[in-house]
Design a protein around this ligand. Structure first.
Ligand SMILES: Cc1cc2nc3c(=O)[nH]c(=O)nc-3n(C[C@H](O)[C@H](O)[C@H](O)COP(=O)(O)OP(=O)(O)OC[C@H]3O[C@@H](n4cnc5c(N)ncnc54)[C@H](O)[C@@H]3O)c2cc1C
Length: 373
């Protein structure tokens, strides 16, 4: 089923929109991507791309461009927040594929160049809504507040998870490992990026609602107070904070309906917003983009949209649920915490590859092999 000359409009120039636009243009479609922001940019924050996402980047022909601006991830350590002591280590070099740590802006640059090189027309500073397009197919890659999703799935209400996240960048101090420092009711994730930068995400449980979004500034002193009990390298890192963004974590269910059966579909955060505790939002967006493009190339459009949802919904639900469970595990208190840490430490000693093997369902998945042509 050739896509040649099929007119496809994409709303949103994030990871999902840019990736699907390139994938479809490479298959012959006439793609227009409309982004409401005046330019395609990103806030200063790091992101992890895991082997399942890299398989799509490679299939898009953009893997090496991304590698060139990323730091390869060698390991991730789970640590006791108070002492900084390592509890368990995941050896990422044993995985079947690359883990990359990258500045979000670099990822978006690689994808945006990839889309325009493939012939995608990019329109900036304009909003696209389903009814405002006469294309053969309209894709809502419009993020967690998706209007495309809302049009097909009315009556959904997001709820505050009782957690907030601060994000910041500091100069890298050479601390070798990507690490998660876990304490009661809070945790802090840090990893180095290319270009001498270090990414910090600090999460705290809270009763009070915090505004959802990327651009709420907060006082660095608040983060230092919240993590005052933490040890190891954490106090030194927090002393370097100058610009900090605060973000309230909300949960939405995975959308029940991903398409209208004819000419509208959603992908990325629009279909399945997730908490960030498994670092999979962008990876899922890449997987969606490839599977959707493959379905459209292989089948008539209505069949393709149904097949796309069938292939993606169960997997994304599993990932979103696993990310929510991680939030609970990182924040354990009291005796539960002691037992969990002991089990992890013991398990990591006798079976050092077991922690990573537990996630083979996640990282070994190959989106490029899901649709039989
Ligand atoms: C702190 C934090 C850390 C994270 N870390 C990771 C990580 O390590 N690994 C990972 O895989 N994921 C991570 N994620 C998640 C990941 O960033 C997102 O899941 C991913 O970026 C979603 O991409 P998207 O394209 O679906 O949506 P978005 O990036 O939200 O893009 C949507 C775009 O659509 C535009 N738009 C909206 N409405 C319209 C409209 N009507 N018309 C035109 N344009 C419109 C918006 O301006 C925006 O540019 C993290 C997220 C956070 C918050």
């Amino acid at each position: 089923m050739s896509l040649t000359d099929r007119k496809i409009d994409v709303a949103g120039g994030g990871v999902a929109g840019l990736a699907v636009a390139r994938a479809l243009a490479q298959r012959g479609a006439k793609v227009r991507l409309v982004e409401r922001a005046p330019e395609i940019t990103e806030v200063g924050a790091g992101i992890q791309i895991s082997p399942n996402g890299m398989r799509v980047m490679d299939a898009l022909g953009l893997g090496d461009a991304l590698r060139a601006v990323s730091r390869p991830g060698k390991s991730v350590a789970l640590r006791d927040g108070h002492t900084g002591q390592r509890i368990v280590r995941l050896d990422l070099e044993k995985a079947k594929g690359d883990f990359l740590f990258v500045h979000r802006a670099r990822l978006i640059e690689v994808l945006a160049k990839g889309a325009s090189d493939a012939g995608v027309e990019i329109v900036l500073g304009q909003e696209l809504l389903p009814e405002a397009s006469d294309a053969d197919l309209i894709l809502g890659a419009d993020g967690w507040r998706s209007q495309f999703r809302a049009a097909m799935n009315p009556h959904e209400t997001p709820f505050f998870t009782g957690q907030v996240a601060w994000r910041a960048m500091i100069p890298d101090d050479g601390y070798p490992e990507a690490s998660v420092f876990m304490g009661p009711g809070r945790h802090l994730v840090s990893y180095p990026l290319a270009g001498g930068l270090r990414n910090i995400v600090a999460v705290e449980e809270r009763e009070v609602w915090a505004e959802e979004g990327w651009f709420n500034r907060d006082d660095p002193g608040t983060v230092r107070t919240a993590f005052a009990e933490f040890g190891g390298p954490v106090p030194g890192w927090l002393a370097h904070l100058d610009e900090v963004h605060l973000w309230g974590l909300f949960r939405y269910p995975v959308a029940p309906k991903w398409h209208d059966g004819a000419k509208i579909a959603i992908l990325g955060d629009a279909a399945h917003p997730t908490l960030p505790f498994l670092a999979q939002g962008a990876n899922m967006a890449l997987e969606d983009a490839w599977v959707l493009a493959d379905c459209l190339e292989a089948m008539p459009q209505a069949t393709a949209l149904a097949k796309y949802q069938e292939l993606r919904q169960a997997r994304t639900t599993r990932i979103v649920d696993a990310a929510s469970a991680n939030a609970r595990n990182y924040h354990l208190r009291g005796i539960t915490r002691l037992v969990a840490h002991t089990v992890l430490r013991f398990g990591g000693t006798i079976a050092p590859n077991a922690p990573l093997k537990r996630f083979s369902w996640l990282y070994d998945y190959d989106a490029t092999q899901q649709v039989a042509k």
